[in-house]
Design a protein around this ligand. Structure first.
Ligand code: ATP
Ligand code: MN
Length: 306
């Protein structure tokens, strides 16, 4: 006998319509996503803490209308923290800093969490730089692997350590931690120079121009994630796409055996997390590095990639 459940309680948050199907293909319910977030909260919250977040909400299901929400609008989300004044002329930016806030956001239909490259506590000094690698249509995954490894090598050659994660969608994201020295303009210009350098030295592989016609059979290196106010899906966030893929941090020696950007989903990532022997992003927090004029000069001169 099945009983219709009208609400459930998770981490002290009342979850309405727990049985609503939010992903039709696999028959995933709202409560399944809420439980997913509750079980990864410990690992995910450090990626959200103190970082302005944009939410992708699916009030019905992921095939219905999606809302991309950068500010705390009319709709107030329980336990989410508001930060007035950081984005002049707009309602307050928000951060999701606690388990209750994470579950509260999921209760309000949030599927995806995207974060800024800076912390509220130092909003004008980015603490990371992100390269979003997007494959052209029909490009094999082995080309994506190669592209990520080449990106890593170029950055390493410049003196920068980087980390990689699946996007949970079609591609990979390369993340470069930075100490909070440079401002947005400088970091953006630098990331553009890196993307441009890759497109110039390896034009068969990379494009730094937006638009599908520019990346046919190529990887588009999207550096525009490095603007003030831009965001990238957070590690361990689900995606509002069929199967509910998850963005998963990987160690560089795992990249070669990945198969897709949505290889891990809310249904199979828990097993990976459970079996992990060490943090795939070990060393991230201890990385102290900044972009320098000398690096920029090498990029401009067309050097750096060997
Ligand atoms: P993939 O690997 O499939 O390319 P991705 O996360 O790299 O996945 P998208 O899902 O295309 O890329 O997201 C693009 C970025 O644009 C997101 O990180 C998000 O910050 C931003 N974004 C997404 N939707 C909107 C929107 N409706 N309005 C403004 N910005 C958006
Ligand atoms: Mn992408």
């Amino acid at each position: 006998m099945s009983v219709k459940v009208t609400s459930a309680d998770v981490a002290g948050v009342r979850v309405s319509h727990p049985d609503r199907i939010i992903e039709k293909r696999a028959g995933i319910r709202k409560i399944d996503l809420v439980h997913y977030y509750a079980s990864v909260a410990d690992r995910m919250l450090p990626h959200l803490q103190d970082r302005p977040v944009s939410l992708v909400r699916a009030p019905e299901d992921i095939g219905g209308e999606l809302f991309f929400q950068k500010h705390s609008q009319k709709l107030s989300i329980p336990n989410v923290k508001q930060h007035p004044g950081l984005d002049p002329g707009h309602p307050p930016l928000i951060t999701v800093d606690t388990l209750k806030a994470l579950i509260g956001a999921a209760q309000m239909g949030t599927v995806e969490f995207h974060t800024w490259n800076a912390l509220v506590s130092n909003i004008e000094k980015p603490d990371r730089m992100v390269f979003d690698l997007d494959p052209g249509a029909s490009l094999g995954w082995e080309r994506m692997i190669e592209a990520a490894q080449l990106t890593r090598s170029l950055l390493e050659e410049l003196g920068l350590i980087s980390f990689c994660k699946t996007s949970g969608g079609k591609g990979l994201h390369v993340v470069v931690p930075l100490t909070k020295h440079a401002g947005w303009d400088e970091v953006k210009a630098f990331s553009q120079a890196v993307a441009q350098h890759m497109a110039t030295t390896l034009p068969k592989y990379f494009s730094a121009k937006m638009g599908p016609q520019n990346r046919r059979q190529k990887i588009f290196v999207d550096y525009l994630r490095n603007n003030r106010g831009s965001s990238t899906v957070a590690a361990l966030s689900a995606r509002a796409r069929p199967g509910l893929g998850v963005s998963v941090p990987l160690s560089w020696d795992e990249i070669a055996t990945t198969t897709r950007g949505d290889q891990w989903t809310i249904e199979n990532v828990l097993e990976r997390l459970h079996d992990l022997k060490r943090d795939p992003w070990q060393g991230y927090a201890k990385t102290r590095q900044r972009i320098t004029a000398a690096m920029m000069k090498r990029l401009d001169e067309g050097g750096g990639c060997g």
